[in-house]
Each structure stands twice: as structure tokens, then as C-alpha cells.
Design a binder for this molecule. Structure first.
Ligand code: PLP
Length: 411
């Protein structure tokens, strides 16, 4: 496994540290390049949003802002982060639990688009918009009734807390004239996460368009945008085939050109944008044999990087050997053996890779987990056991900026 960016600045940075290291390392130049590639391969009629829940660090958002049509957010906190990083980038506000305070905050922040997930959200939003004298634009988030392709997570196409049941959309459309300060400008679908198959994703998009077209015809709606969600996957299996993005973009373009509709689409990707721009690196602090199996303990774990235990997968990693050893005893290690990589927490769930074979792994070596830029730090329970937080360092213009290197207790 090799990460798609240079590790040299990170390794130099690590050499200067005195404590066992634990760090997120993000390459902003690589991220800018990737964002450009993603947006330039999409047809012009597809607006590219970044779902900031995947990684909402300010340097990430400022890097992405010039390359995206907008940011998709899911809380008032994310609205503030998005506005702080780039006051001019449009915001689409989703999420099933928007409170009155959040909606009010969104109106004050002049959020451009609301993804409405229930009839009560419409009522609340209309009341607040009326009070503020603003007309707000909404997309109705649909929980579709048709079959969906396989993916790691499924948010819709089955009973879930997300969106409005497809069977209720006609009732909601009938009720729209009652909302004086709401302008419904389309629909929103985000049904799954981590789809690795471009063909099935394309069929999904076509199903979304067909359903939206049927409502457009029945209600004479002026659809300004149809948001087809995110969900483009990253294959975490070493050597596994990645989502065929060029093929997908080419086929979406062909479909748009041949279709009998002229509204634009929007995509709101998270994982696909930021996963590969970051890694999580940790030092091995101990190695032991228990009940005949090898275990490595890492400085860090799922309080920093919850994705592997959340998805119950072996996260891809590489070992970076460190030759220094200063303890007055033989250096514990294994070679050509299976070992389980565990974090430092007091729970057997804190496993980042289980029974994986390594050429060599010794206490003091570094383990570098690849594809950790999305849903890594940002989905983790940082303060369980009150360990220090990892360093978070960014590479930009060949310089490391430790914009956000924080230690627990000081942030
Ligand atoms: C509404 C919504 N849009 C977009 C995304 C981004 O999904 P992904 O990272 O799979 O592209 C999510 C993630 O959960 C989401 O909930």
C-alpha cells in the first residue's frame, strides 16, 4: 500500500516529537487536485457539493471552496464552519433533526437551500421564514420506495428516520400553497453510502430522475435542481477496484444529453472527496502474546479513528520501520506473523485491523492507516479515557502547517 502523497514532511515532523506519535496528516495540495478532477469530470449540468460532515476542518473547506458549487451541511455548527471558511460558498442544509434554533440560525446566515425531511420541518421553516420576511428555497428529501443497489450504509429505500416517504410526497406537494414563505424548487435523494459500483449508481440516478419527472408533470413544478445525494464509495480493501468515476461521469453526461428534461442535478459527496487525502499514523507502544495470538497496542485508537471498528473492517495500513530502540531489553516484535492492531482504550472494540499478516512489526515502529481523510477524526468519540488528541497536520505548498495540532486539555 502506498499513499498518493509524500510522507517525507510527516516523517521529519515525527522525528522532532518526544512522545509516542499519533497524528492525522492531510495533504491539501493533493485534495485541491482531486477536487478539481472530480468537478471537471462532472457534466456542467451537475452541481458539485461537498458534504462537510466527512471532514469539516477549516483548511479542508478553504481548499475545497474554489472547486465546489456549495457545501452540504447538517447542523448549525456546520453552517458556521462553512461560512467561516468561505462566506460566499452556497450552503444546502440537510438533516432529519433540524430544530427551531438551527432553522432560525440558518435563516439569519442566509442559507441558500433547505433539504426538508418532514412535514413538521416545513411548518417550522415556513413560520420562521415568515417572521423574518424571507422566502426560502427548499428541496423535499425523499425516502424512495424502489430497490437500491448494495452499499455499506443504506439510509433509505427502507424504513429509516430519513426523508419523507415517497408515498407521502403527493400529499406534501398538495399542501405547498399553504406555505407562504416556502418555494419548493426540487427534490433531494441521499439513499446510501459507499457504493463502489458505477453502473448501479447510474441506474439509481435514472430512477431518481424518473420519479422527480413524474411529480414535475403531475404538479407542473419548476424543478430548479434535483439533488441525487452522495454515496460514491472508496474501496478500503487493499488492491480492490475503486468506483469508476470517469465512466460514471461520461454516462451521466450521455443520459443528460439524451433525456427529455432540462433541470440540473446536484451531487453532494463526502467520502469520495476527502478519504484519500489523509492518513492516520500511530506508534506501536507494546506487543504481546495472549492466548496464543499476537496483539500490538497503538498510541491512539478508535477514539481518534472510529471508522474501522464502526464498519468492522480491517483498515488498510502500512508499517513504517523506525530503527531506534533504547530500552534495556530485547525489542518486542513479530515477523511474518498474524497480529491484531489495537488502540489504547479499555475496550475490546478498539481494534483497527484484526489478525493481519505483517512482514515485520516492532514496538516503536509506526503504523500508517491509509484513506483516513473522511469520517475519521470527525466521527470519533475524542474524549473517551481522556487521552491526548492526535496532532492534526496539513501539508500545503510543501510546507507542514500545524494549523490544528491540539492536545487534550488545551483545546
Ligand atoms: C444527506 C447526506 N448527504 C451526503 C452525505 C455524504 O455521503 P458520502 O460521504 O457517502 O458521499 C451524507 C452522509 O451521510 C448525508 O447524510
Amino acid at each position: 500500500m502506498t499513499v498518493p502523497f509524500s510522507l517525507t514532511p510527516l516523517l521529519q515532523y515525527i522525528e522532532q516529537q518526544h512522545e509516542p506519535i499519533c497524528a492525522y496528516y492531510y495533504d491539501l495540495d493533493y485534495l485541491a487536485q482531486r477536487a478539481r478532477w472530480i468537478s471537471e469530470s462532472l457534466p456542467q449540468r451537475v452541481h458539485f457539493y461537498y458534504a462537510i460532515k466527512a471532514n469539516s476542518d477549516t483548511p479542508v473547506l478553504t481548499t475545497l471552496a474554489p472547486h465546489v458549487h456549495g457545501f452540504e451541511v447538517a447542523s448549525l455548527g456546520e453552517i458556521h464552519k462553512a461560512r467561516q471558511a468561505s462566506s460566499g460558498t452556497p450552503i444546502a442544509f440537510g438533516g432529519p433533526g433540524k430544530t427551531q434554533v438551527e432553522l432560525q440560525g440558518a435563516i439569519e446566515a442566509d442559507v441558500e437551500l433547505y433539504h426538508v425531511e418532514s412535514e413538521l420541518q416545513l411548518v417550522r421553516l415556513n413560520a420562521l421564514a415568515t417572521k423574518s420576511g424571507k422566502v426560502v428555497k427548499v428541496l423535499l428529501r425523499v425516502n424512495p420506495r424502489f430497490d437500491l443497489p448494495d452499499a455499506t450504509l443504506q439510509m433509505a429505500g427502507k424504513p429509516t428516520q430519513f426523508g419523507i416517504d415517497q408515498d407521502r410526497i403527493c400529499d406534501v406537494l398538495d399542501s405547498l400553497p399553504a406555505y407562504s414563505h416556502i418555494r419548493c424548487v426540487g427534490f433531494h435523494f441521499h439513499a446510501l453510502s459507499n457504493n463502489l459500483d458505477a453502473r448501479s449508481h447510474l441506474l439509481l440516478v435514472q430512477s431518481y430522475v424518473e420519479v422527480a419527472r413524474s411529480w414535475q408533470r403531475a404538479y407542473g413544478l419548476n424543478i430548479e435542481v434535483l439533488n441525487i445525494g452522495g454515496g460514491i464509495g472508496i474501496n478500503y480493501t487493499p488492491g480492490g477496484a475503486q468506483f469508476d468515476w470517469p465512466y460514471y461521469c461520461q454516462e451521466v453526461e450521455r443520459y443528460l444529453d439524451s433525456g427529455d428534461f432540462d433541470f440540473p442535478l446536484a451531487m453532494e459527496c463526502g467520502r469520495f472527496v476527502t478519504a484519500t487525502m489523509g492518513c492516520y499514523v500511530t506508534e506501536v507502544t507494546d506487543i504481546k502474546v495472549n492466548h496464543g495470538e499476537n496483539f500490538a497496542i497503538l498510541r491512539g485508537g478508535n477514539h481518534h479513528f472510529r471508522l474501522p471498528s464502526s464498519w468492522q473492517h480491517n483498515h488498510p495500513f502500512q508499517v513504517v520501520p523506525v530503527e531506534q530502540w533504547s530500552w534495556p531489553c530485547p525489542r518486542p516484535g513479530v515477523s511474518q506473523q498474524e497480529i491484531t492492531l489495537c488502540g489504547e482504550l479499555c475496550t475490546p472494540k478498539d481494534v483497527l485491523a484484526k489478525q493481519v499478516t505483517v512482514d515485520q512489526l516492532r514496538v516503536g515502529d509506526l503504523v500508517l492507516f491509509d484513506k483516513a481523510g473522511a469520517y475519521g477524526w470527525h466521527i470519533s468519540h475524542h474524549d473517551f479515557l481522556s487521552h491526548p488528541h492526535p496532532h492534526r497536520v496539513y501539508l500545503h505548498d510543501n510546507h507542514l502547517c500545524q494549523i490544528d495540532s491540539v492536545i487534550a486539555g488545551t483545546n
